[in-house]
Design a protein around this ligand. Structure first.
Ligand SMILES: [Zn+2]
Length: 288
């Protein structure tokens, strides 16, 4: 065996040994790191003000009550969720903010901020109108709500009368709704929206009239505005709003005053007239 072949042999042996050492060291480091417990960020040890600033970025959706059922775990359901996530559309499951599920402390802190920043959409329709507790909101949350929008999807049976001629002052739904609103002791602003679903006996105008009449002067609940809509394409009617003196007045959709609402019980003919009355400010010719 020559000198060159000895050098080649020992070089090869040395290279194999070094490679084995490097490989075994890499495997050791990888195994140790995979067995090591992951480090968690100590979020709850941050000052409360800093945690609150972080929550501000996570409060995205206005809470809806009653919550809609979750989308089915089908291919279509998953596709809808995926599209909703991409386009940031407000899907039916969006009221479930994951922050509310972390632990009791984060739930309480997040709910407090949610109630300060967001307006709760509270719906009343044929599915919950007969329930004693119309919106399943915990008492601790109800007491912190600052703003809400009450949306009534009105049908004729909601008014507890077969036809408009037999309607009475006794409107139990109004009482149950106002009982829950009265528990919102920090409530600063509440709007009422009446979406009328008419039928052969009930013109939507009657529904708008009776429901707005029932709610507009409820003691202790300060409604700021009452708006109206239909389940069809039609011109947007005017709205009722409170002025600075706390009195109701008719306004156009752009906020101009149309008529003072002097009478608490406005005759229905006058109500309908003001509902679609044209706004003189909007119709005024613009100056060149
Ligand atoms: Zn106007």
């Amino acid at each position: 065996m020559t000198l060159d072949s000895d050098v080649l042999l020992w070089s090869t042996v040395l290279a194999i040994l070094l490679s084995s050492l490097i490989l075994s060291r890499s495997i050791y480091v990888y195994t140790r790191s995979s067995q090591r417990k992951p480090k968690h960020f100590p979020f709850l040890r941050l000052p409360p003000e800093l945690r609150s600033s972080i929550y501000e970025y996570l409060v995205e959706w206005n809470p809806i009550y009653p919550p809609l059922p979750p989308l089915p775990e089908s291919q279509l359901g998953r596709l809808v969720k995926w599209v909703a996530f991409i386009v940031r559309w407000n899907p039916r499951y969006s009221y479930r903010n994951p922050m509310l599920l972390v632990n009791r402390q984060i739930h309480a802190e997040f709910i407090e901020l949610l109630c300060m920043r967001k307006s709760f959409l509270l719906k009343v329709d044929k599915f919950n109108q007969n329930k004693e507790c119309i919106w399943p909101i915990p008492s601790s949350t109800i007491a912190q709500i600052r703003k809400c929008d009450l949306k009534i999807i009105a049908t004729s049976d909601m008014l507890e009368a077969d036809d408009p001629r037999s309607i009475t002052e006794d409107f139990s739904l109004r009482d149950r709704v106002c009982d829950q609103l009265a528990r919102m002791v920090k409530l600063q602003r509440v709007n009422l929206h009446i979406h009328a679903l008419g039928d052969p006996l009930w013109n939507p105008l009657w529904m708008w009239y009776y429901i707005s009449l029932a709610f507009k002067d409820v003691p202790n609940i300060k409604f700021r505005a009452i708006t109206f809509s239909l389940h069809s394409i039609s011109p947007i009617p005017n709205l009722l709003a409170k002025n600075k003196e706390g009195l109701w007045e008719w306004r156009c959709p752009f906020g101009h005053q149309i008529e003072a609402d002097a009478n608490r019980v406005q005759p229905i003919r006058e109500f309908c007239s003001n509902l679609y009355k044209e706004c003189e400010t909007c119709d005024a010719p613009s100056t060149p």
